[in-house]
Ligand binder design. Structure first.
Ligand code: ADP
Ligand code: ADP
Ligand code: ZN
Length: 217
């Protein structure tokens, strides 16, 4: 099963993608994590992408599409049961590229498109309190989902940090970028009859339960 997980920055895509991937054995593919990992290893994709990410802008489609395809092709074995795309596609051109180039190349298709909806005013609180693991990308929240030991990842023991694009200016720009470029994808997939809305303004466990329920049908 292949799933697209959509939603604004801070909606809970990463949190839910990790839970789904554990439950269903799907590979979690986050383009944001791929860019951050690429930057850490000083890989060309990461260095080029960083200038855009710091400002809260989208990385150009050509670079993003190439990085994603490269990752999917190199990790085919880990995707035997399928994958969850978290943070891709982020505009209509990427959605078309996914449908017309990437999926045919991999010989597969998307089975579900889930949109996690959260009221805008709650996103800033979620983003400003988020702490992310440097090693595995798991996200925590200082108030809503604190780690057992402050500054340490429950999952892998890695160091928790605050992302470089989590300052006030970059967050405002990311929310704006979402409204301009990404929000239109809701209608794009709804028009195709492929969209499932998930209420993301509930506890993490309830959101997860709703996602599992929607995947049954
Ligand atoms: P995204 O990947 O969509 O940007 P995350 O999964 O990283 O979002 O979640 C953003 C922040 O909100 C994190 O700090 C996370 O711990 C927290 N969070 C996620 N889901 C919920 C929820 N249902 N209720 C409250 N906080 C949440
Ligand atoms: P969020 O928590 O806001 O959903 P992500 O970790 O998914 O954040 O993305 C962080 C940044 O990485 C984005 O602001 C953007 O600069 C870049 N990025 C991630 N995915 C894409 C994509 N599909 N297209 C273009 N840029 C992307
Ligand atoms: Zn970790």
């Amino acid at each position: 099963m292949n799933i697209i997980l959509m939603g604004p920055p801070g909606a809970g895509k990463g949190t839910q993608a990790k839970k789904i991937s554990e439950e269903l054995g799907l590979a979690h593919v986050s383009t944001g994590d791929l860019f951050r990992n690429a930057l850490r290893s000083m890989n060309e994709f990461g260095v080029k992408a960083n200038a855009y990410m710091e400002k809260g802008e989208l990385v150009p489609d050509s670079l993003t599409n190439e990085m994603l395809l490269d990752h999917l092709e190199k990790n085919k074995d880990a995707m035997a049961a399928g994958f969850i795309l978290d943070g891709y596609p982020r505009n209509v051109d990427q959605a078309e590229h996914l449908a017309n180039v990437i999926l045919p190349k991999l010989g597969t298709k998307i089975d579900a498109v889930l949109n996690i909806a959260v009221p805008s005013q709650k996103l800033i609180t979620r983003l400003s309190g988020r702490r992310t693991c440097r090693d595995c990308g798991t996200s925590f929240h200082v108030e809503f989902n604190p780690p057992k030991v402050e500054g340490v990842c429950d999952n892998c023991g890695g160091e928790l940090y605050q992302r470089a694009d989590e300052n006030e200016t970059a967050v405002a720009k990311r929310l704006d970028t979402y409204d301009q470029a990404t929000r239109p994808l809701i209608e794009y997939y709804a028009n195709k009859g492929e969209l499932t809305e998930i209420n993301g303004d509930q506890s993490m466990d309830k959101v997860f339960a709703d996602i599992k329920e929607s995947l049954k049908g």
